[in-house]
Design a binder for this molecule. Structure first.
Ligand SMILES: Nc1nc2c(ncn2[C@@H]2O[C@H](COP(=O)(O)OP(=O)(O)OP(=O)(O)O)[C@@H](O)[C@H]2O)c(=O)[nH]1
Ligand SMILES: [Mg+2]
Length: 362
């Protein structure tokens, strides 16, 4: 799973990237014109840590998400759009979701690319760029299909009608994600990797002074981009940086002082995970306790394949214990006595927090 971090120049993209992935990529003026930054974040999951403690296991492994931090999107003057640079579109197309960073902080040392602070305007700029990028692809394809006159087959006819619907929503300044689509239509559109079809997390980078009233500050942004597959949130990058540099106890005390239930990095990582429709199942043992990423609705046999292809190929049954049951009863044997260990077949739909043990033979 990969998330693209995108925003106007100097909005704090790389600062957020560094927080999410615990990296130290160069930030500040001009740094974003060089190449994109790529890194991974751990998806925080206290269940993995808890299982690790119970098993006194050597190794715990969390689910991960990849992030790519692309160059800043330049604002065009007036109502024109500049068009996204090809490298940016290329990087973003390959991602599963977009994380948009909007600047809402003053910093005398960091110039405002547009001379004024206006996150709503910046969001509109980005939205417009995404819409235009998709519209260009849609029009191009429609034109090609139209040129093929005479030998347009049934599948192409369906595709053309669908693209015309896409064109209509985009021209109405809405996202393709706003269009109700069935599974078949989604499949047809998947290959185009449209930017406005991707889930969107919008993160407002607020100043320290605004942090206590962040919910109010975020409201107009959230109102602007309400819709399916959108999540709006906030962070204050320098505060987050401080939190990330503290030990766990000091960090907790500092966040309590600020009234923050958890770090923004953790919150944003989790929002991305949820918005992508991802869940985790768990495996445990002396060697390793681990979270594995699957999409909601994945069947047991397919889930087994994320661990190893042999487990999918030779799948016999999945032994399933709920995480809460295991923690409440303390051991596999106790769970068995209570009838809390289930045997499920290949069609079983794996749930978030299921602990799986796959029985297989190859
Ligand atoms: N005061 C303040 N400064 C910030 C905040 N977030 C980022 N900065 C500073 O703003 C500058 C730009 O941050 P970057 O993370 O490099 O921004 P960017 O969006 O990656 O910039 P480009 O890649 O050049 O487009 C850096 O000097 C950061 O330290 C913030 O919330 N408050
Ligand atoms: Mg940058």
């Amino acid at each position: 799973m990969e998330i693209g971090i995108v925003g106007l120049p100097l909005s704090g993209k790389t600062t957020l990237f560094n927080l999410l992935t615990r990296s130290s990529a160069e930030t500040g003026f001009g740094s974003g014109r060089k190449k994109s930054n790529v890194g991974q974040s751990r998806v925080p999951d206290p269940r993995v840590d808890r299982l690790g403690e119970m098993w006194k296991t050597k190794k715990t492994t969390h689910a991960t998400i990849r992030y790519v931090d692309v160059a800043g999107v330049e604002q065009a003057s007036g109502h024109e759009t500049k068009g996204l640079p090809a490298e940016v579109v290329g990087d973003l197309k390959a991602t599963d979701a977009l994380l948009v960073v909007l600047r809402d902080f003053e910093n005398a040392e960091v110039p405002l690319p547009d001379g004024s602070l206006d996150p709503v305007r910046d969001l509109e700029t980005l939205r417009t760029e995404f819409l235009f990028s998709d519209l260009a692809i849609v029009e191009n394809r429609i034109e090609r299909l139209a040129k093929q006159k005479g030998k347009v087959d049934k599948a192409q006819e369906i595709e053309k009608k669908l693209l015309e619907r896409c064109r209509e929503v985009l021209e109405g300044e809405k996202r393709i994600a706003d269009l109700p689509l069935d599974e078949e239509e989604r499949k047809i559109l998947r290959g185009f990797q449209f930017l406005t079809m991707k889930p969107l997390v919008v993160a407002l980078n607020v100043s320290e002074a605004d942090l206590p009233r962040a919910a109010e500050v975020v409201a107009p942004i959230a109102a602007r981009i309400d819709g399916p597959l959108v999540h709006t949130t906030f962070l204050c990058a320098p505060i987050e940086k401080e939190i990330s540099e503290l030990g766990p106890e000091d960090a907790r005390a500092f966040m309590d002082d600020l009234g923050l239930p958890e770090s923004a990095a953790d919150r944003i990582i989790r929002s991305c995970y949820e918005l992508l429709g991802l869940i985790s199942f768990l495996t445990m043992g002396d060697d390793e306790c681990r979270a594995w990423t699957i999409r909601k609705g994945t069947h047991a046999q397919q889930a087994a394949g994320t661990i190893h292809s042999d487990l999918e190929r030779g799948f016999i049954r999945a032994e399933v214990i709920r995480y809460e049951d295991f923690v409440a009863h303390g051991s596999h044997a106790h769970c068995r006595e209570k009838g809390l260990v289930r045997l499920e077949g290949k069609e079983y739909v794996v749930q978030d927090g299921d602990i799986l043990n796959i029985r297989f033979g190859v």
